[in-house]
Write a protein that binds this ligand. Sequence first.
Ligand code: AP5
Ligand code: MG
Length: 373
Amino acid sequence: MVELLDKKFTSFITKEEIDKEISNLAESINNNYAGKEVVFIAVLNGAFIFAADLYRKITVSSSISFIKVQSYEGMQSTGSVHEVIGLTTDIASKHVLIVEDIVDTGITIEKVKTLLNLQKPASVEVCSLLFKPEAFEGKEIPKFIGFSIPKRFVVGYGLDYNEKGRNLDEIYQLKEQNCSQNTMLNIVLFGPPGAGKGTQSERLIEKYGLKHLSTGDIFRYNMSNDTELGKLAKSYIDKGQLVPDEVTIQMLKDQVLQNQEAKGFIFDGFPRTNAQAEALDQLLKELSTEISVMLALEVEENELKNRLKKRAEVSGRADDADPKVIANRIQVYKNETEPVKAFYQKQNKFIGIDGIGTIDEISMRLNEAIASI
Ligand code: AP5
Ligand code: MG
């Protein structure tokens, strides 16, 4: 936690996460502008640190220039943009990339784009480290976005609160706004393949208004869109093995950070290793909240195999189609995932749930368990 003037701020996005995201952004920009000449225009003051770190990873032919506009006073976006000052570079017929620390309502950036377009550049795009989708009122979202964040006041890594905090090397959020998060209901819905995690999650999100985070579903979404993450995940999932912790933890963290306004989370299929459980505890602690309970659906092996065999007829999931892969998923569960129960037992947060019966019966058992915490 840090204190700036009269306010307290808690950690939000770490230095490591920022570094990694900047490398991703630089790679996308280098690919997008391959063979072209680009003029980077960084918007002072906020973008100075981001622009410096990003620009050192740029390999396409380019130059950088800095402009200044006034749009923030205190903690409210005033929406009033004055003139753009400091642009000395000739941008006519050139590809321009505006570098921003944050795009909030988008009013500033719209006006900057309009002013730059008067000089007839070949193109004008925006790269913003942070983007607030809920606050955005502009026409076109930035082409390159580092992190989409909720409507929070953030400082650090170039961003300020009344000119303080720009020198912090990570991004912090205003503390008052996440005090209520310790009242969140955060459930780990646990169980072997076919136990009914997905089926029961659907009921729980409806009843309690929670955000459902299924790592399996997120991997499958990436697989169907053939993303790099999807290709990597497929090589493990099709064999019934776990996707490496490093990849899974980062993906889960991104999802939690993007959904901080939720009343709580259902973690379905995560954590599956003790390392994942520890990382989840740490992340929730940083957000001033914690896991409320682990609800573990208990279903015997033959029933699991029968359910998955039946689901294979409709699911289209490659990992359901082969009985050997199903057997491997169950074995991996026993060896690597089941020990996670002890992690929550030690914290007195474990509740076992009989997972045999009708879907309604099991929902009732889950609701009773939630009422008991
Ligand atoms: P994931 O998608 O999580 O799959 P899973 O754990 O194998 O579980 P399933 O989704 O198959 O089953 P479920 O418990 O959700 O049951 P469902 O409700 O569908 O993970 C897939 C893969 O991704 C993993 O193998 C791994 O490679 C990777 N992965 C994911 N998370 C990871 C992580 N954290 N770390 C590393 N790798 C990760 O129900 C099953 C069927 O039974 C359905 O047809 C349903 O209709 C039926 N059914 C449900 N309830 C009942 C009932 N009461 N009676 C009869 N039938 C029922
Ligand atoms: Mg599932």
